[in-house]
Design a protein. Structure first.
Length: 225
């Protein structure tokens, strides 16, 4: 299932959502402009590497702060166009309405908090991993959690692929995001992942569910709580 748009209108322009989209795209464009060997170095510099935060040992002054900063920088770097496109599609569809309810400043903080929670969850599960962790999916998972709470009955126009059957159908957000969460839970197994930080997605989503109450400025009619 690929979500295309929802039926919840925003009351104001989602400036922060636009800004996050632009920042991610700009970093990826910069990535493409670099020679291949330098691209790899850029990803490693900006990525979260759990081992570098949990197995420090003797370190150079400032190294811990540098490694901790990657908890933020990793949210804005992607390793491929489909990785970027998928994340930005979900952010575009669901982020604008969450920003509308929270307000711009609160939404930005909420987004970053969810991204941090996502990275820390993955680190807690695989603390000695040396695999670089990048992408906005953890933070966006938090946005999905908040959207699920506030707009469970929203209709999401979704592209369905089933063998030769291809069709766009309206599906309640509760089902679309519920299926998304189920996929994360099924694939989340310690020591596995196939290059996907499944536990980061779950951690970000859980933070989105938990943080919606203190971050929202108004309760939406029909919200779960």
């Amino acid at each position: 299932m690929i979500p295309l748009k929802d039926d919840v209108p925003s009351r104001r322009l989602p400036i922060i959502t636009f800004a996050i989209l632009a920042a991610n795209i700009a970093v990826y464009v910069r990535y493409l402009m670099l020679p291949a060997p330098v691209r790899e170095q850029m990803v490693i510099r900006m990525a979260v590497i759990p081992y570098e935060l949990t197995d420090l040992g003797p370190t150079q002054p400032g190294l811990l702060a540098y490694n901790a900063a990657t908890l933020l920088t990793s949210m804005f770097v992607h390793g491929g166009i489909w990785h970027l496109a998928g994340n930005m599609l979900y952010l575009w569809i669901f982020g604008s309405n969450v920003e509308d309810v929270m307000g711009r400043g609160r939404f930005l903080v909420f987004y970053l908090v969810c991204g941090l929670a996502a990275a820390l969850t993955q680190i807690a599960v695989q603390p000695h991993s040396k695999v670089p962790m990048i992408g906005a999916s953890g933070a966006i998972a938090g946005v999905l959690g908040a959207y699920l709470v506030m707009f469970p009955a929203a209709r999401v126009m979704t592209l369905i692929f089933l063998f030769v059957f291809v069709r766009v159908v309206p599906i309640p957000a509760l089902i679309v995001l519920g299926v998304w969460l189920l996929i994360q839970l099924i694939n989340a197994q310690p020591g596995t992942g196939g290059g996907v930080a499944w536990f980061a997605h779950i951690g970000g989503f859980a933070m989105g569910l938990a943080a919606i109450v203190p971050f929202r400025t108004r309760k939406v009619r029909g919200s779960l709580y």
